[in-house]
Design a protein around this ligand. Structure first.
Ligand code: ATP
Ligand code: ATP
Ligand code: MG
Ligand code: MG
Lengths: 162, 167, 162, 167
């Protein structure tokens, strides 16, 4: 079991380092087990350095940088060990437009490669534009939700009205 | 295993029967604030076994039952069904492509009951069926609203727990 | 001291109930001291019911509804007891366009009435459009921040590039 | 009291001297992810007396000093100055419209020192000056990134503490 775990983690680490560079346009990141402990229970330590910046505690990263790094790590897990379903609730809320673009490209690629199905709740038109299909949730009758298939134009409209 | 569709009735703001197809690739869910998008995510968590009302933003589990609106009375029953498709090795055995439906039902004041294709089962049977699928209710394979930065902001042991549930 | 506190809280409550209805287009909300305790240390209980919905725990509100209710409460405090400065860091991240519009109108009104100066960090073009002035922060030289006065068109441009 | 401008040097990503005018009404601060907007908010918190490195996303207070970039070496000193304008009743007395500047300075490995108009003071003098102004570093009058929902999501006693610091 210990070997299997270490193998999976090595695969995740490989994907993560590559995806971080892909999302940040450079820099470097590192995921490893805390040294002193048994690999079956050791914590996961994370280092991340955006391009051109100097490495410090990951806590100092910005809100958008933390979202992006978190997404790189999450997608790395799905590439190493595909799950049938992944649900993302407004994970793009803190991202600027350029990063939404990079993130949604990664999302499309991960869906294609890993076969994982994604449900993506979003308010962002760029994210909506990259989805294979869209559902709108409305409350035309107050307090009662209704689900309906929508086209991109309708979806963008939905977010602007209430 | 594949997860292929979600059906709800009486769950939070979805008082009327609702069906969401979970097709291959990426599906976007959009709409104004408060219209029910995260309630759909909660429904998925719930039918996959979420045991804590706090994990669904409630104080008690009955809080997931439609509480009424200005025009409609409260309900006493909520149901969410999850369509699955094989291969599945157990405790329910499904051949590749063979379909089944997991149903969770709650009656106000009486707690939850579980069924697979109409047959009563225990919560842990559902848990075993999905455990292999890395799709349990608390898994990182559901990233809740405001949660993605936690992957970075958590301590090493918390981070491991967060991510392990997706792998 | 107890009377003064109760007077301030009454003023806050009055503003809050009115602002909630203004931001949500109806509904009702309530702020009160926890009954059993000394007013000088009692907790603040909050109830909120968006229009057409039935009152339940505020924890059940959506991300956007919680942001909006929180902002109504915050502005109520500034109207009851103006402070010289208020800094808001991406408080509009969870709001849809219609709610950003209502929130920024409230912000402008509160600034005018209370004399409080506001610093508002945002990625949202609608929010930018309502500000009296705009500063852009850039990192043309990687890792080194630079502050510069910008016009609305430049500001919207800034968020789309990186 | 009025708070009229913020000046930074060597603070986090603002290694070069920077000045932000705090004019009446509303001032927007915009820019891409990671460019330094929240670092400006941290600078304001810091000069107003923030004592906890965690409240500034760091592990130790020296983390606020510019740590260098690909092209620039790290610095050993960070300074943030806050311009204030009377009336102020004490401990510093300012007539209406009269101006002064509060300065906080940190030297790597040596901790923070405080000055008002060049005169050495203690942190609590600054705290008293601003306390009346409901503008202390931990006040709700600074709403950090991701914090606004906490007003609703906190327990009654936490909520009171959150809001009291702004009133
Ligand atoms: N048991 C219930 N019965 C009826 N309505 C409920 C129930 N539980 C929650 N709601 C309502 O659902 C609404 C929240 O829905 P949800 O969190 O899905 O919104 P959302 O679409 O995710 O919005 P946002 O974009 O702001 O995140 C709240 O207004 C709440 O009143
Ligand atoms: N002491 C320091 N020296 C140099 N750079 C630092 C220091 N502390 C933090 N930084 C850098 O500042 C950046 C974060 O800046 P900040 O949080 O202000 O971004 P932001 O503009 O708010 O972005 P977002 O829109 O994503 O919230 C990080 O990339 C971090 O590396
Ligand atoms: Mg939501
Ligand atoms: Mg920020």
């Amino acid at each position: 079991a210990r070997e299997r775990l270490l193998a999976v983690l090595a695969a995740v680490e490989g994907h993560f380092r590559r995806l971080f560079v892909q999302l940040f346009g450079g820099g470097r990141a590192h995921l490893r087990l805390a040294e002193s402990d048994d690999p079956l229970t050791a914590g996961l330590e994370l280092e991340a350095q955006p391009p051109g910046k100097r490495l410090a505690h990951v806590s100092l990263l910005s809100g958008g940088e933390k979202s992006l790094a978190g997404l790189a790590l999450l997608m790395a897990f799905f590439l190493a060990r595909p799950a049938p379903l992944c649900v993302l609730d407004e994970v793009d809320a803190a991202l600027d437009d350029a990063n939404v673009d990079r993130f949604t490209a990664l999302l499309a690629e991960t869906a294609r490669v890993s076969g994982t199905r994604f449900l993506v709740v979003t308010h962002h038109p760029l994210t909506m534009a990259r989805m294979d299909r869209l559902y709108g949730v409305t409350m035309a009758e107050r307090g009662v939700s209704k689900l309906v298939s929508v086209e991109l134009a309708e979806a963008v409209e939905l977010r602007a009205t209430a | 295993v594949q997860l292929t569709r979600l059906r709800l009735r009486g769950f939070k703001s979805f008082c009327d029967p609702t069906e969401l197809e979970i097709a291959p690739g990426t599906t976007g869910i959009v709409g104004p604030n408060g219209c029910g998008k995260s309630n759909l995510v909660d429904a998925l968590r719930w039918v996959m076994g979420e045991g804590s009302p706090k994990g669904l933003r409630g104080a008690e589990m009955d809080d997931v039952i439609f509480a009424g609106s200005a025009a409609r009375p409260p309900l006493d029953v909520a149901e969410v069904a999850l369509g699955v498709q094989g291969p599945v090795e157990g405790p329910l055995v499904l051949a590749p492509g063979e379909r089944a439906e997991i149903l969770r039902r709650i009656v106000r004041g009486q707690g939850s009951t579980w069924r697979i294709d109409g047959r009563d089962v225990r919560q842990r049977d559902v848990h075993h069926l999905l455990a292999d699928a890395a799709a349990g209710a608390r898994g990182a394979s559901i990233v809740g609203q405001g949660q993605i930065a936690l992957v970075v902001d958590s301590r090493p042991d918390e981070r491991r727990r967060l991510l392990e549930e997706a792998a």
